[in-house]
Design a protein around this ligand. Structure first.
Ligand code: FES
Length: 210
């Protein structure tokens, strides 16, 4: 299922925007301004994929009938489910899971944003490769530090960076924290191909005791 991609693109627009070395106040960045901190910190404190992404638990029941495809989070009406080829190599995109029956994103809370990136499969760890689809990996788009959106790919370091306080995540290796104040990796989301489109593989519903 996986297509081996042998090279990584050198160009990344985000490389041209250096991270602030320090940021004492997240509200100084536009992407932080709309942050509901209590909501974010509550989700982070609960931990775990299901608590951070309530749509996934709900989706588990109807996954086979109505798989969650992915659409650009900035799309406002003309929703187009994403194919791997829609993602330039090494160029992150924030997306929402999409209800193809309803023709709408499943939940447009910013906490449900995912970041997807197409990366070389031959550079992924086995665990990351197993969660990817056609070279595309997906993680929560919300930083585990204070909830900023993460979408800055630094090609030469092969990390995704958070613009607020410069945490860096190794997307080729389960989004492990490479540096910065983030306390844990970005929550990983498994993808699969649904026909020609990328789709979320739902997590199983929690069992008693979890
Ligand atoms: S919100 Fe602080 S590093 Fe991401």
């Amino acid at each position: 299922m996986h297509m081996v991609i042998k090279s990584i693109a050198k160009y990344s627009m985000d490389d041209q925007n250096p991270l602030p070395s320090q940021c004492a106040d997240c509200s100084s960045h536009p992407e932080c301004a709309s942050l509901d901190r209590r909501q974010v910190l509550g989700s982070v404190a609960m931990g775990g994929l299901l608590s951070a992404f309530p749509f996934i638990a709900a989706q588990a029941q109807d996954a086979t009938q109505n798989p969650a495809l992915l659409v650009d989070a900035d799309a406002e009406a003309d929703y187009k489910p994403l194919r791997p080829a829609d993602l330039p190599m090494g160029k992150p995109l924030l997306v929402f899971p999409f209800d193809s029956k309803a023709g709408l994103p499943k939940n447009e809370s910013r906490l449900n944003k995912l970041v997807v990136v197409r990366l070389p499969e031959d550079q992924m760890t086995p665990e990351t490769l197993a969660r990817s689809a056609s070279g595309v990996v997906a993680y929560s788009g919300i930083c585990t530090h204070q909830g900023c959106e993460v979408k800055t790919w630094i090609a030469k370091e092969k990390v995704l960076a958070c613009y607020c306080h410069a945490s860096k995540f190794a997307l080729l290796d389960s989004a492990k924290v490479v540096s910065g104040p983030a306390p844990k990796p970005l929550a990983a989301v498994a993808l699969a191909m649904n026909g020609e489109f990328l789709a979320v593989v739902p997590s199983p519903p929690p069992t008693a005791g979890q």
